[in-house]
Design a protein around this ligand. Structure first.
Ligand code: GDP
Length: 367
């Protein structure tokens, strides 16, 4: 089902396929449904469910991934009709975040987001969850899948209670981890080292640019969400001034609100920066849409008022017409290629020009 044009739907579906591959799936086929609004029972509507069932049969698919957020009952209905597992965009993104989180805080944040997503959907997922959490000697699967009455009800209640318990524990843990980070940050601002945050849509080339700018060995992956935990590196300006460069978490359209919530504290670090270097993928079919999506997330954490330097990356692979169009659209943007190194000197100079001047730093540390 799509709200916008077919092209929007196709772009969104291409991205969904890339997301699914990042999560380790093999994508077999895509289906687009045009409707004025989602069907309350099945999201895609009765006729399309039959089409979907046929595609599942002919391709032998074991999972259906839906580009949107399904209500718990839509998800259940679709699973009953297609007889395979159904996953929505939110669950898929949560899954990828879970695979890629590296720091203790990142892992706790993703788990919290997953549990909050799971809680209202527990009715259909009760059995799965019990198996995942190791049950508690309750002979997994006994008691049968369908009903939620009798012993099932009790089990469901136990699962819910356990999840709520875990959620409050995770919240407490995340809160204390955040305190440590805030202290670190405060120390940094006492030192008055200017901070530059590299933001941008997933896969735009943030990690690659960070590597180019600082020579640091940050993991670069052709996968969405390679960057989950912020990486901070020191860089030296041509006049000897030190500044820090941080890579921020990947942004993606329709980021599930659980994720925005979960990563709010990480994203809030962006709001503390002196400059946002906003990286745009020059080879993407719709770079403006990406820029809008990033601005929406930045606005969520009040980082939209910061000075911003727009950087169009991948000029080595982008087509000339697109680049000309983007140059007209964003006359102040810097055009670079993290691959060939083109435009890097210009980028460094543009960053340095926008850093707070040393005079400001001195004033900041005087009593
Ligand atoms: P991030 O998710 O924004 O941090 O993006 P990465 O730095 O991980 O890069 C995502 C993908 O784009 C990787 O496959 C990179 O190799 C590729 N990439 C990054 N910069 C360039 C570039 O200048 N040109 C081309 N052609 N590809 C690039």
């Amino acid at each position: 089902w799509t709200e916008g044009t077919v092209t929007d739907a196709e772009n969104s579906l291409t991205e969904l396929a890339a997301l699914a591959e990042t999560a380790g799936s093999q994508v077999l086929e895509g289906l687009i449904q045009r409707r004025t609004r989602p069907d309350p029972a099945t999201y895609i509507g009765r006729g399309k469910v039959d089409d979907l069932g046929a595609v599942v049969l002919s391709t032998g698919a074991d999972t259906v991934i839906c580009d949107g957020e399904l209500s718990p009952s839509q998800l259940r209905n679709l699973e009953q009709r297609t007889k395979v597992k159904v996953v929505d965009r939110t669950a898929l993104i949560l899954d990828i975040f879970a695979q890629h989180a590296k720091s203790k805080e990142g892992k706790a944040q993703v788990e919290l987001a997953q549990l909050e997503y799971l809680l209202p959907r527990l009715r259909g997922w009760g059995e799965t969850l019990s198996r995942q959490t190791g049950g508690s000697g309750r002979g997994g699967g006994a008691g049968g899948g369908v009903g939620v009455r009798g012993p099932g009800e009790t089990k469901l209640e136990t699962d819910r209670r356990r999840i709520r318990h875990r959620i409050s524990r995770l919240r407490r843990e995340i809160k204390s981890m955040k305190t440590v980070r805030v202290t670190k940050r405060a120390r940094r601002s006492r030192n008055a080292v200017p901070a530059v945050a590299i933001a941008g849509y997933t896969n735009a080339g943030k990690s690659s640019l960070l590597n180019r700018l600082t020579g640091a060995g940050v993991l670069v992956e052709n996968a969405l969400f390679a960057t989950l935990d912020p990486t901070t590196r020191k860089a030296t300006a041509s006049d000897g001034r030190l500044y820090t460069l941080s890579d921020t978490v990947g942004f993606v359209r329709h980021l599930p609100h659980q994720i925005v919530e979960a990563f709010r504290s990480t994203l809030e670090e962006v709001a503390e920066a002196d400059l946002v270097v906003h990286v745009v993928d020059g080879t993407h079919p719709d770079p403006e849409e990406q820029v809008r999506a990033v601005h929406a997330v930045l606005a969520e954490v009040s980082a939209d008022r910061l000075p911003e330097l727009l950087v169009v990356n991948k000029t080595d692979a982008a087509d000339e017409d697109t680049l000309l169009r983007l140059k007209r659209l964003w006359p102040d943007a810097i055009f670079v290629s993290a691959y060939s190194g083109r435009g890097m000197d210009e980028l460094r100079a543009a960053i340095e020009e926008r850093l707070p001047s040393p005079a400001v730093e001195v004033r900041a540390v005087l009593p």
